[in-house]
Design a protein around this ligand. Structure first.
Ligand code: ATP
Length: 335
C-alpha cells in the first residue's frame, strides 16, 4: 500500500482533486488517502497557509496530490507552494503536454517540459529600497547539473529522443550562460543516444505556438518553465490539460499545472483532466505503471469518443467527464 497526502486547496482545487481521487480509487486498490488542509481553508482554521500538521503529513506519506491555492495577499505571507517545493527539496518540475483532442487552428503537441524548481527568478527574493525593488535571481552549477541530469535520465527512461535547452544566454551571459554550459557538458558526458538542441526562450515561445512538434523534452530555468508550460498547455487546449509533478530525492507532489481559477470555482465546469493525469503521473512515480497507463488511456478514450469538456467547447463539466473516465476504467480490470 502507498499513502497519499491529498491537499485539495482553494478555488477549483477541491473539485478537480475530488475527480482525480475517484479515478485513482477506481484504477487501483494500492493507495490509501489522507486528507490535509492547505491554502485558504487551512488559514481559516490554523492561521497558516501551510500548517505544521499538513507539512508533517506531506513528509511522511509516500507522495502528495495537490490541487491549487490562491496566492496569499500581504507581505508577511509567503507562498505555501514555494515553501513546500523548497523544504521538501522538490528540485525538478515535470510537465508533460500532449494533444488529446484536436483543437481548431492549433497544431498537435507532445512534449515534456522539465523546469528547474529550486532557484532562478522564482524564489521571491525581493529587496525594497526608496527607489524601487530589486529581485535577485540566482543560478548555481549544482542546481543546473541536478536538473539537466534529471532531464537526461527522464528522456532515456521514457523513450524520448531529444532534449532542447531553453535559455537567454545572449543577454544573461553569466547566469543563463552557466546553465547552458552545464547542459552542454552533461549532454557530452551522459547524453549518448539523445539529440541535443539549444533555443533562446523568446524564439522557443514562438515555436511552441507555430511548430510545437520540433520539441520533445525541454529543460529550462524556473520562470521560463513556468511561462512556457502555460503556452504549451494553451496549444493542447488550455490549462485544464497540463499535469505537473514536483520531484525530489525523497518526496514528490503532483498537481495540475493550473492555479485555483477563482473565476470558475464552484460552477462545476473545471476541466479535471490535468488533475487526473497528475494522479497518473503519481502512480507511475510510485511504480504502479499498469494502473497509470490505464488512467491515461481512459482519459484519451473519453476525448476520442467525442466527450469534450466545457473549456474546449464541449458540454461536460467536472463530474460528468469524471464519470465517463470511471466508466471506461470499469470496463477494464482493477489493478
Ligand atoms: P492562480 O493565481 O491561482 O494561478 P489564476 O486564475 O491566475 O489563479 P489559473 O488558475 O491558472 O490562474 O487560471 C487561469 C485561467 O485559466 C482561469 O481564468 C480559468 O478560466 C482557466 N482555467 C484554469 N484551470 C482550468 C481548468 N482546470 N478548467 C477550465 N479552465 C481552467
Amino acid at each position: 500500500m502507498k499513502s497519499i497526502c491529498v491537499l485539495p486547496g482553494d478555488g477549483i482545487g477541491p473539485e478537480v482533486i475530488d475527480s482525480a481521487v475517484k479515478v485513482l480509487e477506481k484504477a487501483t486498490d494500492q493507495l490509501e488517502f489522507v486528507h490535509a488542509d492547505i491554502g485558504g481553508a487551512a488559514y481559516a482554521k490554523h492561521r497558516s497557509y501551510l500548517p505544521d500538521e499538513t507539512f508533517d503529513l506531506m513528509k511522511t506519506c509516500d507522495s502528495c496530490l495537490f490541487g491549487a491555492v490562491t496566492s496569499p495577499d500581504g507581505p508577511d505571507q509567503g507562498s505555501p507552494v514555494l515553501r513546500f517545493r523548497k523544504e521538501l527539496d522538490l528540485y525538478a518540475n515535470v510537465r508533460p503536454v500532449r494533444t488529446l483532442v484536436e483543437v481548431p487552428n492549433r497544431p498537435s503537441i507532445d512534449l515534456v517540459l522539465i523546469r528547474e524548481n529550486s532557484e532562478g527568478m522564482y524564489t521571491q527574493d525581493e529587496v525594497f529600497d526608496d527607489g524601487g525593488v530589486t529581485t535577485r535571481r540566482r543560478v548555481t552549477r549544482r542546481a543546473s547539473e541536478r536538473i539537466v541530469r534529471f532531464a537526461i535520465e527522464y528522456a532515456k527512461l521514457n523513450g524520448r529522443q531529444k532534449i532542447t535547452c531553453v535559455h537567454k544566454s545572449n543577454v544573461l551571459r553569466a547566469s543563463d550562460g552557466l546553465f547552458l554550459s552545464v547542459f552542454r557538458e552533461a549532454m557530452n558526458s551522459k547524453g549518448a543516444g539523445l539529440k541535443s538542441e539549444e533555443q533562446l526562450v523568446d524564439s522557443a515561445a514562438m515555436k511552441l505556438v507555430v511548430e510545437p512538434r520540433v520539441f520533445d523534452v525541454i529543460v529550462t530555468l524556473n520562470l521560463y518553465g513556468d511561462i512556457l508550460s502555460d503556452v504549451a498547455a494553451g496549444v493542447a487546449g488550455g490549462l485544464g490539460f497540463a499535469p505537473s509533478g514536483n520531484i525530489g530525492p525523497k518526496h514528490s507532489v503532483f498537481e495540475p499545472a493550473h492555479g485555483s481559477a477563482p473565476d470558475i470555482a464552484g460552477k462545476g465546469v473545471a476541466n479535471p483532466t490535468a488533475a487526473i493525469l497528475a494522479g497518473a503521473m503519481m502512480l507511475k512515480h510510485l511504480g504502479l505503471t499498469r494502473p497509470a497507463s490505464n488512467v491515461e488511456k481512459a482519459v484519451a478514450d473519453v476525448y476520442s469518443t467525442g466527450h469534450l469538456t466545457v473549456d474546449i467547447g464541449g458540454r461536460h463539466g467536472s463530474r460528468s467527464f469524471t464519470d465517463h473516465v470511471i466508466g471506461v476504467l470499469e470496463g477494464g480490470k482493477r489493478q
